[in-house]
Ligand binder design. Sequence first.
Ligand code: MD6
Ligand code: FE
Length: 223
Amino acid sequence: MTSARADRLPNGFRHWPGELTVDEQAALAREVMAGWGSAPLYTPRLPRSGKPMRVRMTNFGLLGWVTDKTGGYRYQACHPQTGAPWPAIPFLLLQLWDRLTGYPARPEACLVNWYGENARLGLHVDADEEALDAPVMSVSLGDPALFRVGGPARRDPTTSLWLESGDVVVLSGRARHCHHGVDRIRFGETNLIGGGGRINLTLRRVTELARRDCLTHAGGAGP
Ligand code: MD6
Ligand code: FE
């Protein structure tokens, strides 16, 4: 399957194939991997069961999404292992956010998901943010991923599409509250990330948009 039937995708789901040039993908991948120096990838654990996730994670931005056995899903300002603040969100991603989402405030969180050979990500809804009206934007780098999108209920029918390196997805409106996940990647198809693998960068506004932020960021200039 190479593309999903647009009529089966939820309203508010948008996909920009190949939005980043090959040079932009390489520069962004370098910047992300450089960030792993101060914010190392770690294995997140599910609430209660403590089961390890198959995707390794870290974050950029003021707030990072984390999960562990006792604390559950949450946002926090510091890396759970080093205690250091997260590195800044790459500027290319902020520019892309402004251009593609049109949302009048910058994202606060950039979750970095790293997929190795057998990694996948179960069906979920992004729902740990206060700003549930804000769109969520993701950028894919490296190996292709089979992305599945359903509806607001877990049992709703789903449709699948491949996300390739340089693709951008935005979930807004109804799609913002729909289930989605990654069934598998085609490991080793690219060498953007070294010996294979995939990076997905998910940008989110976490806190409610204050009127002050509207006035400050409406022009969209500068980092
Ligand atoms: C991934 N993406 O592509 C996982 N969430 O690896 C997500 O969970 C996601 O791509 C919200 C919006 C866009 C996404
Ligand atoms: Fe998600």
